[in-house]
Ligand binder design. Structure first.
Ligand SMILES: [Zn+2]
Length: 346
């Protein structure tokens, strides 16, 4: 009888253990599946990289292929503590697709003309102004990178003027003949920021010093052209770029901190117009932008005004029309604009 009871107990324990094992296995399977899913999503967001040679300049530029799923809106977070917008990493700048970028922008300007336009410095004087994250809901910050160019930039400025809109331009080095465009940008109330004297990833991301030299050189040039010392920057490829890993592991982690320590701000984006990327025509550019406009947060729109970018130019009036009809407002980046910072991946 005792032996039988013992056997019953043993059976009970065995069944109990089997149930525990089944439950554990199920939990592990579910957790494992979700983990795999997360890894898959992360991987799909990490841009694949290849290099193309810019035919017009002979420069080798990194071509960061964009994930066109544009899923940033689900993952965009607003960090209320330090008031930083954190768009998702898949919104990487496709800066390498500048197939016909004008040579003018790469010619070193030896004869910089100092012009004092009487403009005040564009600096980060946040002490005087408290940021209110909600105040940028429904605001569109149009930003144009890689300019100025003689054929596109003036037309963009005309469109902005007609619509009474202020925008922001993140510049690369410009020729003497294009200097007046930078002055016009400032005179017409737009913000000028630093993209970089050079846009060549292999040079600028080689070391912290190379990067800093690259932005200070352009800052100085812009100051000579306009009288403005701009502290607004945008990393070529964005702060989340992975191509910089090739040239210096961990450099983006260092640079993002270093810039803030030096009083700069950097602005990534949460909407990529794909005008330097996968958009085939102006209609694609329009669709990429309006699809992700939101009134629940600020909209930092990445566009380009390099010489061959007709798609962006053609899409611009339609984007503005849509935005105005739907109650959006436009602002140039200013000292009240919180940083838009993507997730750093290097
Ligand atoms: Zn760029």
């Amino acid at each position: 009888m005792k032996k039988r009871k013992f056997l019953i107990d043993l059976n009970f324990i065995t069944v109990f253990l089997i149930i525990i094992i089944i439950i554990s296995t199920a939990i592990i399977a579910i957790v494992g599946y979700n983990l795999n899913k997360t890894i898959a999503v992360t991987s799909s967001n990490i841009a694949s990289i290849n290099e193309i040679e810019d035919k017009s300049t002979g420069r080798v530029e990194g071509n960061i292929e964009e994930n066109t799923q544009n899923t940033f809106s689900q993952s965009q977070r607003i960090n209320s503590t330090n008031n930083v917008n954190i768009p998702s990493q898949n919104q990487q700048e496709n800066a390498g697709n500048i197939s016909n970028q004008t040579q003018q922008g790469n010619i070193k300007n030896e004869n910089q003309i100092e012009q004092n336009t009487g403009n005040t410095n564009q600096t980060n004087n946040n002490k005087n102004k408290q940021n209110n994250p909600n105040s940028q809901n429904g605001v569109i910050y149009l930003t144009f990178d890689d300019g100025p160019s003689a054929n596109i930039t003036p037309k963009i400025l005309d469109i902005l003027k007609e619509n009474n809109i202020k925008a922001s331009f993140f510049l690369v080095n410009y020729s003497d003949s294009n200097e007046k465009l930078v002055q016009r940008e400032v005179n017409e109330g737009h913000t000028v920021g630093i993209h970089g004297y050079s846009h060549e990833y292999s040079k600028i991301y080689r070391s912290k010093d190379s990067y800093l030299q690259n932005i200070y050189a352009l800052q100085e040039k812009i100051k000579k052209s306009t009288g403005i010392t701009t502290m607004y920057t945008r990393f070529p490829g964005g702060s989340s770029n992975t191509i910089s890993r090739r040239y210096h592991k961990g450099i983006m982690t260092d640079l993002t901190k270093e810039l803030l320590n030096r009083g700069f701000k950097y602005y990534d984006w949460n909407i990529c117009a794909e005008d330097a990327g996968s958009a085939k025509n102006a209609n694609d550019v329009y669709n990429y932008v309006v699809k992700y406009l939101s009134k629940k947060h600020g909209n930092m729109v990445l566009m380009h005004d390099f010489a061959s970018n007709k798609k962006g130019l053609e899409a611009l009036p339609k984007i503005i029309k849509y935005a105005k009809q739907n109650g959006y407002t436009f602002e140039a980046i200013n000292d009240d604009t919180p940083m838009f910072a993507q997730h750093v991946n290097n």
